[in-house]
Design a protein around this ligand. Structure first.
Ligand SMILES: [Zn+2]
Length: 285
């Protein structure tokens, strides 16, 4: 598979020891301060929590995921045991990570990190991880205050405005100036494929009708079906971040749709029941 075709002015695809990963050109400018990677390849799956309706994740699946995390960490020079992954639930909760629970193994499925979809830290030893399959995952980085965030924003998170919550926490707790803040959005389902029923479109409209471009963000579904709508969740997040004071040039969109590229990236919509999870990892150096 030639993953290099995913590259564009914002992202590059790299490979190490057989694992492929996407990196943002903007963050690579600060490679001595921050390491990061977004997994590429349908052969990879980062699921470490049970799927809906399951009591536990089969051991083989867990081992596979942990091994993939190891490879991804290794590719960007991180210590795998320093990984911290929140138990995501499509909430708008962002937590500041001050301590690591497990000493020699990654923090995953930790009770204190339940119902949490974003993590922030200024600790150099912590590697923050989020996963998704069509959902937007994003890295926040302030090169001045040297603070990092990793946020999962699926459609529910975007509706609730979790990216805005993350910026608020960065400002309040680390005195971050939004003008210095960089936000990079990893591959996710885009407007071309994010078609929803009217009830979901209505919720987005109610929340975000104050945007001047709301009629571009929400538009009629395929074939003019009055019950279907396409929604641009990437643009919603961009608008939220601009309103929070981020500079346009510091909001980096991978411009890659997971469904359009489902042969190369895991996608819930494309792969249905058998869907795998992609991972975004980031850590301060
Ligand atoms: Zn698409």
């Amino acid at each position: 598979m030639d993953y290099k075709i995913l590259e564009n002015e914002n992202v590059v695809i790299n490979e190490k020891d057989g694992i492929h990963y996407l990196q943002f050109r903007k963050l690579l400018e600060y490679d001595s301060l921050i390491g990061h990677a977004f997994s590429i390849g349908r052969d990879l799956n980062f699921r470490t929590a049970p799927k809906n309706g399951m009591d536990y994740l089969p051991k083989e699946e867990m081992d596979l995921a942990l091994n993939n995390y190891k490879k991804l960490c290794n590719a960007v020079g991180f210590e795998y045991k320093n990984l911290i992954r929140p138990t995501m639930s499509h909430s708008d909760n962002v937590q500041i990570v001050k301590e690591k629970i497990n000493k020699d193994t990654p923090d995953m499925n930790i009770p204190s990190l339940e119902n949490t979809d974003g993590l922030i830290t200024d600790k150099r030893e912590f590697i923050l991880a989020t996963t998704g399959s069509d959902c937007i995952t994003m890295v926040f980085f302030d090169p001045v205050k040297k603070v990092l965030g990793n946020v999962h924003s699926g459609w529910r998170g975007t509706l609730a405005g979790i990216s805005h919550n993350a910026v608020e926490k960065l400002k309040e707790n680390f005195n971050v100036d939004a003008k210095n803040l960089i936000c990079c959005m990893a591959p996710a389902i885009r407007k071309c494929h994010f078609e929803v029923d009217k009830d979901v479109a209505d919720m987005f409209y109610e929340k975000y009708k104050y945007f001047s471009d709301i009629d571009e963000i929400i538009s009629k579904g395929s074939g003019g079906n009055p019950e279907k709508y396409y929604i641009d969740t990437i643009k919603i997040n961009i608008n939220l971040l601009l309103d929070d004071g981020l500079k346009q040039e510091n909001i980096i969109d991978s411009k890659i749709c997971t469904v359009c590229n489902e042969k190369m990236i895991n996608s819930f919509r494309a792969h249905k029941a058998g869907f795998g999870l992609n991972a975004l990892i980031a850590g301060l150096r």
